[in-house]
Design a protein around this ligand. Structure first.
Ligand code: ADP
Length: 587
């Protein structure tokens, strides 16, 4: 997605949009702009002051300025200092605020993107966008803007001072300076070209020598010494000529540039001298002021020339951010509300093809799960079990057919209403850096009372270990629950599901074996959780499939066998084979 920004044509809309983000802070921005204008004016004023400093103090020996001029300098720099502070503060505040806004919007956006977006962009790239790209944008929107405005205004102010001091001399400068720059540039290019020629020549020379010396026996036996020497001599001679040429160019260049500088100065002096002596239109102070303005302009011009790269980087980063911000969020156009479903789930000729995948992950799958029943899904890894259950909370959408809850197609339901009907206990239990209680009453369950949380924890067999934690329910879990064992985390997830008390339950049984005690506690907790809900379980345990109301056997995205455990065993097909190989039971 890192398409480079080519030319300014595509950069402008992005910069405008960025300025749009900054426009909320317009009072600060206006203040900063005022500060920039004052800074530029102060630079002009200082060079302008060179005239009275030289003329009044040293030429006219005017006693009145003895104190006023030094005071004026201090005053000017005081004003300038305040202006600089206001500018820097205003720009920093604006820039950082824009970054904060972008970060917030981006994070908010990320949490609403469909699951498929997470397949396309790895999480580290998302985090880098949040941290790094926003940072680049800050620099473009504050630093670059500051340079552009302040330095352009400074150049304008200084050029005005020059013009004010002498029109003719300024015009002479305007003609001479680009001319010198052009010649210097030409000489420099020629020098670099010849230098490259030398490097290439040295490489060829070395290769020739190496070849001849390594093959010295062949050279001798074929009597090729003279031939090889000749070849080498030619290359060495060429090297000499190039070296002389580059040295001559360099020497010429530096004297030419110096001479040009001198000539330019001479012309300036002549023009200025004519103005002073013949026309009496220029004083010493005016000349000094003009030269000072010219010199002061150089750093600003350099910064203006260099600001492009900061701007480009910022624009490229902003472009990446805007592409993300413009991504469509999860479809949520369904208008039907659902307080609490009974829990009848139907899959009707459902197919799922992931984006950019040639074959469907699930195809032509139909089944019905009645409220209060357990549907176990088995099959080899990659057979489509997870894909199937991910359709229920609409993490992914069916690309064919339809899934219905209580007869309502999922698409027609409000997303929040749909997801309220489902509790999920997956293999990978996500815990957040918060208290145990907050982890059980997570998200929309935030309002739960401590009694309810305790009840859920008890049912999930989590109370035993929670009470042994240093601060019980108030113990902070720390990043990703390093404090807790796999079995304990599972039980917290089950407690969450108890608290949510949803009519539909999705279980993804752990494939890795837990210790027997944990396994027993978890089984026991699940047995209490399952009744009265429509349960889908990606099954790895024998007891789960044995007690399921129906077992779905998946293979390469298709439902190949469907029935109860003993029926399927009797069939002696894929299920019977999987059964022999796969299912484990705690000892
Ligand atoms: P199981 O849960 O049975 O291991 P999955 O439902 O995870 O199977 O995978 C079914 C098929 O879909 C596999 O071929 C897998 O590579 C593919 N698949 C799973 N998730 C994605 C995804 N997010 N993007 C693209 N393909 C996927």
């Amino acid at each position: 997605m890192s398409h480079a920004i080519v030319g300014t044509a595509s950069a402008w809309p992005i910069y405008r949009r960025l300025l749009g983000h900054a426009s909320r802070y317009w009072p600060l921005l206006a203040l900063a702009l005022l500060g920039m204008a004052i800074e530029a004016a102060a630079a002009g004023a200082f060079t302008l002051m060179m005239k009275p400093i030289v003329d009044e103090t040293f030429v006219e020996h005017n006693p009145e300025v003895l104190l006023t001029l030094p005071l004026a300098i201090v005053g000017l720099f005081l004003l300038r200092g305040i202006a600089t502070f206001v500018t820097d503060y205003g720009m920093a505040r604006t820039g950082r605020s824009v970054v904060r806004d972008l970060r917030q919007q981006l994070f908010h956006k990320y949490l609403r993107l469909p699951s498929a977006s997470f397949d396309a962009t790895p999480v580290p790239a998302m985090v880098s966008r949040l941290n790094y790209d926003t940072e680049q944008v800050a620099q473009a929107s504050s630093d670059a803007l500051k340079v552009i405005v302040t330095d352009v205004l400074t150049v304008v102010a200084l050029a005005s001072v020059m013009l004010f001091q002498s029109l003719r001399v300024t015009f002479a400068v305007i003609i001479l300076v680009p001319l010198i720059a052009l010649i210097t540039n030409y000489v420099g290019r020629r020098y670099r070209r010849i230098n490259r020629g030398i490097q290439d020549g040295v490489a060829t020379m070395a290769a020739t020598a190496e070849q001849a010396l390594a093959a010295q026996q062949e050279v001798k036996i074929y009597g090729a010494q003279a031939q090889e020497s000749q070849r080498y001599d030619a290359l060495a001679g060429r090297n000499l000529r190039l070296h002389v040429k580059v040295e001559a160019t360099r020497a010429m260049a530096s004297s030419t540039v110096q001479l040009l500088g001198a000539v330019a100065l001479a012309v300036l002096l002549y023009v200025a001298g004519t103005e002073a002596i013949v026309h009496q239109r220029m004083s010493a102070g005016q000349f000094v002021s003009l030269m000072a303005a010219m010199m002061a302009m150089i750093p600003s011009l350099k910064r203006i020339a260099n600001v492009q790269s900061t701007l480009q980087k910022g624009i490229a980063a902003a472009d990446r951010l805007f592409v993300t911000l413009d991504q469509p969020v999860e479809h949520d156009h369904g208008g039907r509300t659902l307080e609490r479903a009974r829990g009848r789930v139907e899959f009707d000729a459902v197919g799922v093809t992931y984006p950019n995948q040639p074959t469907p992950a699930v195809s032509e799958l139909s089944l019905t799960a009645e409220p209060g029943t357990v549907t176990a899904i088995v099959g080899r890894s990659g057979s489509g079990k997870s894909t199937l259950v991910r359709l229920l909370p609409r993490f992914y959408e069916a690309t064919a057919g339809e899934v219905r809850i209580d007869g309502i197609p999922l698409r027609e339901l409000r997303l929040a209403d749909l997801r309220r009907q489902i509790a999920l206990v997956s293999q990978k239990v996500m815990l957040f850096d918060d208290s145990v209680a907050a982890n059980i009453a997570y998200g929309a369950l935030e309002g739960a009372t401590i009694e309810q949380i305790r009840e859920a924890a008890t049912a999930a067999h989590a109370l035993e270990f929670i009470e042994r934690l240093p601060q019980g329910f108030d113990t902070r879990i720390g990043e990703n629950g390093a404090l807790l064992s796999g079995g304990q985390r599972q039980r917290l997830a089950i407690a969450r599901a108890f608290l949510k008390d949803a009519p539909i339950l999705i279980l993804d049984e752990a494939t890795a074996a837990l210790d027997t005690e944990s396994e027993r506690l978890i089984q026991d907790a699940l047995v209490k959780l399952i009744p009265d809900r429509t349960t889908f379980v990606i099954a790895h345990r024998l007891s789960t499939v044995e007690h399921a109301d129906q077992v779905l056997v998946m293979d390469a995205g298709r439902l190949v066998e469907h029935g109860r455990h003993d029926e399927l065993l009797a069939l002696d097909g894929l299920y019977a084979r999987l059964h022999r190989m796969q299912f484990r039971e705690p000892a």
